[in-house]
Design a binder for this molecule. Structure first.
Ligand code: COA
Length: 262
């Protein structure tokens, strides 16, 4: 993964800046609650790949604009172009699983779907009191992705993970800290500053040792990748199911789904 793979910034919904040993990515699609499009995934992947290719970079910091951190994959996109082996979402998840650069995230509001599962790949998460995490895959007739079926039980213990993944119910920021899903809770508006404070602590550390340490912390990448493949197979299968059709229709029509009829 060399610099030649870095694509220029193409998405109006993502802003990337690089300075003083940190690459900052800001998701900026507040009108759709920062739901991720193919272009946004591509930008996120390129930013992480760029960080990996530049040895002096100590961290990638992800944050977003508006009241929601990220509402997950764009549901319209899932319907119109389901993920394939080389689609931007798959490349993003693979980059996330393989990066050696510490990932720091500032969460100001709801983090839903991949917005929540990407945090399982982070090394430090600052959440405002207004933040919440939600893994609504089963509720949307889908299955957990981004390795969350493996990573979540590892962080929280099996029963808590099962409850979160089976019900799709949200977790408050305070509970997320107790569960080990968030590093620190701050007053609303202070999350980006809190994330930058952590980056400043990393900035004083030797970069090569930081990368080696992260790789050791995340050493079971092979097992993770094979689980992610298994998840994606079932995920794509469920995207074709009548129950997913009902879940999306209900979301778009702003009504409760009726899974008994499907
Ligand atoms: N994909 C596409 N559009 C989305 C979206 C998504 N994942 N999440 C939100 N939006 C859109 C809504 O359709 C709505 O569009 P409209 O203004 O054209 O009707 C707009 O963003 C605002 O969303 P809305 O639900 O009205 O805002 P809210 O403040 O009531 O709720 C969330 C915000 C984030 C809690 C809610 O949108 C949500 O739960 N989204 C997540 C959907 C999901 O299940 N994602 C995971 C997929 S696996």
């Amino acid at each position: 993964r060399g610099l030649q793979h870095v694509r220029p910034a193409v998405s109006e919904h993502t802003h990337v800046t690089a300075a003083d040993g940190v690459i900052e990515v800001v998701l900026d699609r507040p009108e759709k609650k920062n739901a991720l499009t193919g272009a946004m995934y591509a930008e996120l992947s390129a930013a992480i790949e760029r960080a990996d290719a530049e040895p002096s970079v100590r961290a990638v910091l992800v944050s977003s604009v508006g009241d929601t951190f990220c509402a997950g994959n764009d549901l319209q996109d899932f319907v119109s172009s389901p993920p394939t082996a080389d689609s931007p979402v798959v490349r993003f998840l693979s980059t996330l699983a393989g990066t050696s650069v510490p990932l720091v995230v500032a969460v100001q509001g709801p983090a839903v779907g991949v917005g929540a599962t990407m945090l399982l790949h982070a090394d430090y998460v600052v959440a405002a009191e207004t933040a919440s995490l939600r893994y609504p895959f089963a509720s949307m007739a889908l299955v957990p992705e981004a390795g969350s079926s493996m990573l979540l039980p590892r962080v929280t213990g099996y029963l808590r993970a099962a409850e979160l993944l089976l019900t799709g119910e949200p977790v408050t920021a305070t509970r997320a800290v107790e569960l080990g899903l968030v590093s620190r809770v701050v007053a609303p508006g202070n999350e980006l500053e809190g994330a930058r404070e952590f980056v400043a602590r990393l900035r004083r550390q030797p970069p090569a040792a930081l990368r080696l340490t992260k790789r050791l912390l995340r050493a079971d990448e092979t097992t993770l990748r094979s689980r992610m493949e298994q998840e994606m197979g079932l995920f794509v299968q469920q995207l074709q199911s009548p129950e997913f059709g009902e879940a999306v229709a209900a979301f778009m029509q702003k009504r409760a789904p009726d899974f008994d009829a499907h």
